[in-house]
Design a protein around this ligand. Structure first.
Ligand SMILES: [Zn+2]
Length: 342
């Protein structure tokens, strides 16, 4: 699968200075490994770094620490159509054995025009054992002029047989301020008012993103933060049993179910809100809270719920998370949960 538009500049990747320095130094010293494993949380730049590194390796005018961005090779990498960049991403939930077989066929031929062909395999922690085993020989002895870059989530399990065949490069969560700066300064798409982010929203997104720009952008683009705001502010004034509460719960549950695979992220945000309320009830100052987008609802929530009720609501969310994992109907899970939050 070709990447649509590829970032070719290592400088444009936020943070990850150690990883970038390590990689570029290895190239300059002629000590590259034939296989790398980029390991770290999701959404912090592993895939972007792999793609930018591919351009760096082949740039015709590279400097010590970056590709030029304008030469013939850089432009081809940027277009996502370089014939010697093989990007293999999960087909559905994981990279499948057929994708590895097809890769092996491609690797029987020498690179077409690149000095160094680059194979990027993403999210390899999701691969099943048979697909992984099929990759081992290629990892151990890749063809000439070819480097493999594997990316994996920090928490995901990776077989020792893979780990031992790659040089691991750790990727780290970004500092809070770097995430805020990125969110406030990122380019806006023409005509997309929804792209703009206020300072409060950026602070909240950065606080909940755990150092991951990808995660912050997911919350923003899927409107998960906005939906959480709506759920909390519409449920808060309602009492269980009143007719309006029933209608509101059904309507909010319908909206939430549309998040489909991202519903667990909404539940995480609701938990963060409840934890904030529990901290507040335990005497923490408002300034230390994460849910800054809901600051105006803190007083009312404090009046409505005591500590035990807040803990009960957390249990409701735990239960809803378990039901989702068992593939229960999303709309139904949300209805039951939102009644529990009244
Ligand atoms: Zn270049």
């Amino acid at each position: 699968m070709p990447p649509s538009q590829t970032q070719t500049s290592l400088h444009s990747i936020i943070g990850q200075e150690k990883a970038k320095l390590f990689l570029t130094r290895a190239v300059r010293a002629g000590k590259m490994s034939h296989a790398y494993l980029f390991r770290g949380p999701a959404g912090i730049g592993k895939r972007s770094t792999a793609l930018a590194f591919a351009a760096y390796l082949n740039c015709l005018n590279r400097t010590d620490d970056d590709a030029c961005g304008t030469c013939r090779q850089c432009r081809k990498f940027a277009s996502g159509n370089h014939p010697d960049l093989l990007l293999i991403e999960p087909d559905g939930s994981a990279i499948k054995i057929d994708q590895i077989r097809s890769l092996k066929k491609d690797l029987l031929f020498p690179p077409l025009e690149a000095q160094c062909r680059v194979v990027v395999l993403t999210s390899i922690h999701t691969m099943r054992r048979e697909a992984t085993n099929s990759l081992l020989k290629t990892l151990e002895e890749p063809p000439d002029n070819t480097v493999l870059i594997l990316t994996a989530d920090a928490a995901g399990e990776i077989l020792p047989t893979i780990r031992s065949r790659c040089q691991t490069i750790p990727f780290y969560p970004l500092p809070y301020n770097q995430v805020i700066n990125y969110l406030l300064s990122r380019p806006k798409r023409a005509g997309r008012a929804a792209d703009s982010i206020s300072v409060t929203e950026a602070e909240t997104l950065a606080a909940i993103a755990e150092g991951s720009i990808g995660r912050a952008m997911l919350f923003k683009e899927k409107d998960i933060l906005a939906l959480r705001h709506e759920i909390v502010t519409r449920l808060l004034p309602l009492q269980p049993g009143e007719p309006e509460a029933v209608d509101t719960v059904f309507s909010l549950a319908e909206q939430a179910a549309k998040l489909e695979n991202h519903l667990p992220e909404l539940f995480i945000l609701l938990k963060i809100w409840l934890r904030d309320l529990i901290l507040l009830a335990n005497g923490m100052p408002e300034t230390s809270l994460i849910s800054r987008d809901l600051a105006t609802s803190l007083a009312l929530a404090g009046q409505r719920f005591n500590l035990q009720q807040l803990k009960d609501q957390l249990h409701h969310i735990d239960r809803a998370e378990k039901q989702l994992k068992r593939n229960c109907n999303r709309g139904l899970v949300c209805e039951v949960l939102f009644f529990g939050l009244l």
